[in-house]
Design a protein. Structure first.
Length: 362
């Protein structure tokens, strides 16, 4: 695996230099549209992007040629966001978790136990009135979000034991995504946060630099984490979407007609990826079980209670996201989740801007 990664980084440097030196067009004069992501070629995200590639190549094939680069071939997510900012590539998929360093509006979806159920999460993400403010908030940074992708629910898994209650995290080094909210969340859970890029996690687990990680089920199979971690505990702490971002100069260069077709294509990515996601999770669970991974369902309440203060902590520092937070609470009321511990339940709470500002002043 380590060797594969080394090889990939060499390929990555090579691919990048090819991009820099080859410019944007092809010999046939078509505009090459490059999309990077960090998942494998069997992952739902890749399948969604390939559907987009086929769609654009079919509808606008005389003018554009879409190329999808999987598996961190163009670098880590952080690198790819920077490449998209500068226009070295046109699109990339980034976890919402790392976008809060580009715009604090993205902090909202990084909050633990934000959604009461998967239904609530999906309805919020599909509501353009809620998301457009966030998706457009990075225009100064040179990119815009064009659609979202499902990345399921994040749960803890370790090399040595099940995490049945927050105290089980004590003394464990757990890899988290590179976002201050995740570091703070782990602090509240009582574990020790080790932020690092996704591509480094396998080796870190294998060499015992970390004791565990947190992610959806596909990380066990697609990324091989289940080779090392056999204890997966459903504590359902976060539902963090992936976001497809596009370079603004490229998006603005499209004519109205071309843009309309690209927009149709973005909808298609979302549709295909989400259909594949449902199947992918089921398959990953079966495959992980065959690898010897065991799944348990933890009692979610104690987890939720220890990290709940993070909501007010973040909202009071960032009142701009309060309106979105309240809109989410409305969806949580409509889609409260099933009883039992397979869905999270949060107390529905309306927070007003003045309330959090007062709280802040105290
Ligand atoms: C998920 C998510 C990725 C992200 C990864 C991570 O796999 O889909 O976008 O990079 O988690 O934990 O970093």
């Amino acid at each position: 695996m380590h060797r594969i990664r080394k090889l990939l980084s060499i390929v990555c440097v090579f691919a990048l230099s090819m991009i820099v030196f080859s410019g944007c067009g092809t010999e046939s004069g078509k505009r090459i549209v490059r999309i990077g992501h960090n998942q494998s070629t069997s992952h739902p995200t890749h399948l969604g992007l390939v559907a987009f590639q086929d769609f654009i190549n079919e509808k606008l094939g005389d003018e554009f040629q879409v190329e999808v680069y999987p598996s961190e071939l163009l670098g880590s997510q952080n690198n790819m966001v920077q490449l998209t900012q500068t226009g070295a590539i046109d699109f990339c998929v980034a976890s919402n978790a790392i976008l809060d360093t580009f715009s604090k509006n993205y902090e909202i979806f990084n909050l633990p136990y934000l959604f009461s159920s998967t239904e609530s999460y999906h309805h919020v993400m599909d509501d353009k009135e809620v998301t457009s403010k966030i998706f457009d908030s990075t225009s100064q940074a040179g990119f815009t979000a064009v659609t979202w992708l499902d990345a399921g629910t994040r749960n803890f898994y370790t090399v040595s034991k099940f995490i049945e209650k927050p105290e089980d995290l004590k003394g464990l080094k757990i890899r988290v995504q590179q976002s201050p909210i995740n570091v703070r969340m782990m602090q509240l859970f009582g574990g020790s946060a080790t932020p690092m890029g996704f591509g480094e996690v396998y080796t870190a687990l294998q060499s015992k630099i970390i004791d565990g990680a947190e992610n959806n089920e596909l990380a066990l199979t697609d990324n091989g984490h289940g080779d090392v971690c056999k204890y997966y505990s459903y504590d359902m702490h976060q539902m963090i979407p992936d976001i497809l971002i596009g370079n603004n100069e490229f998006l603005n260069s499209l004519t109205d007609d071309q843009r309309a077709i690209f927009e149709e294509g973005f909808e298609l990515i979302n549709k295909v990826q989400r259909e594949e996601w449902e199947k992918g999770v089921e398959e990953a669970k079966k495959k992980a079980e065959a690898m010897g991974v065991e799944f348990i369902y933890s009692d979610i309440k104690p987890f939720e209670e220890v990290v709940k203060p993070l909501h007010e902590e973040i909202l009071s520092k960032n009142p701009a996201i309060v309106e979105t937070y309240n809109a989410i609470q409305e969806y949580n009321v409509l889609y409260p989740g099933k009883s039992g511990n397979t869905e999270t339940k949060v107390e529905n709470k309306e927070v007003s801007v003045s309330e959090v500002q007062e709280g802040d002043a105290e």
